[in-house]
Design a protein around this ligand. Structure first.
Ligand code: HXC
Length: 298
């Protein structure tokens, strides 16, 4: 855990929605935002991880986490959730963290597989940003949006094509709305993290072959290590603060130099055999089924 460089009250009075806030990077970011004084609305599909995350935030600062089960792919559900979040006072920021992804040869993808990833990343980020932005504009309030992207927005990446396409779309949204909404004092920025280990992401993105360097392998990172969630969380905290109000429309890579030393993609996985693919797909589907079974049980 790296130490926060910020005052503990940097985000006092801030009210921020974090999508994907129940797990992975979204959850870590939510914790750091709460530690700096923000009230964090935790949005995700599964109630249990959200409730867990809210309890964790409670220990950081009582009442700082407000969990809500919402599927960001559903525009009407997002509108409803946004109304509920604004009921106690206007939001000040949004973190688009909800994502879906898995490794697969593109030729094997069904339309539904494409849709599962792109709708969460692209539609979800747009719906949440739109729901916050329209309210900020109507109320004449400033706001800040930070989206979690990948360095594939600049390079594309083999074997995660729907994710690369959808993240590139959110990169375009970030640049476009930065210009359109700057007169309203609404800023949009993004962070493109390199490999950072979170449980589910590694189940669906680790090819499990030592001889191949994929995007999640620290050997492809000049810094020689994976990133940590709190490093990303600190940058997100800075972007959401009022320390840099002239900064908008930027996607900032935080990848230990990975993209500068090589593409940081999954292109090397072209060497996987059909058997390798079957094995890693079985593991990804098992992780996805386990997560669905958990959702059904809740
Ligand atoms: C091929 C697959 C598949 C796989 C699912 N599908 N997993 N196809 N390979 N491994 C297909 C299914 O067969 C189905 O199509 C369609 O996708 C929808 O599947 P569902 O399981 O019904 O979808 P859903 O429950 O919505 O799950 C979405 C998901 C899942 C994306 C598949 O993985 C998920 O919920 N992920 C959320 C968390 C996540 O992915 N985090 C990692 C983000 S990391 P058919 O046609 O069969 O019906 C990241 C960047 C990392 O984004 C950067 C690293 C450097």
């Amino acid at each position: 855990m790296s130490t926060s460089p910020f005052r503990a009250d940097l985000l006092a009075g801030s009210r921020i929605v974090v999508t994907g806030g129940g797990s992975g990077l979204g959850r870590a970011i939510a914790g750091v935002l709460a530690a700096h004084g923000a009230t964090v609305h935790l949005w995700g599909r599964r109630p249990d991880p959200l409730a867990d995350a809210a309890m964790e935030l409670d220990r950081i600062r009582p009442g700082s986490g407000v969990p809500r089960s919402v599927d960001v792919r559903d525009a009407a559900a997002v509108e409803q959730a946004m109304d509920a979040a604004w009921a106690d006072g206007p939001l000040t920021g949004v973190v688009n963290g909800a994502a879906g992804n898995f490794l697969a040869p593109t030729a094997t993808l069904s339309p539904r597989a494409y849709e599962a990833v792109t709708s969460t990343v692209m539609d979800g980020s747009y719906f949440v940003t739109h729901a916050a932005g329209t309210r900020w504009i109507a109320a004449g309030l400033a706001g800040s949006v930070v989206s979690l992207l990948t360095t594939w927005v600049w390079t594309g990446s083999a074997f995660v094509v729907p994710s690369a396409m959808a993240k590139a779309a959110v990169h375009a949204m970030t640049m476009s709305l930065a210009a359109e909404w700057a007169p309203h004092r609404i800023r949009l920025n993004a962070v493109a993290p390199g490999p950072i280990r979170t449980d589910y992401a590694w189940d669906v993105l680790d090819a499990g072959r030592d001889d191949l360097v994929g995007a999640t392998d620290p050997r492809g990172v000049p810094a020689g290590r994976l990133g940590t969630p709190d490093e990303v969380a600190h940058l997100v905290t800075f972007l959401l603060s009022d320390a840099c109000e002239y900064l908008t429309g930027e996607t900032i890579a935080m990848d230990g130099g990975q993209r500068l030393a090589g593409p940081g993609t999954f292109a090397a996985l072209g060497a996987l055999s059909a058997e390798d693919w079957a094995g890693l797909q079985a593991r990804a589907r098992a992780a996805s089924e386990a997560s669905k079974a958990q959702r059904r049980a809740e």
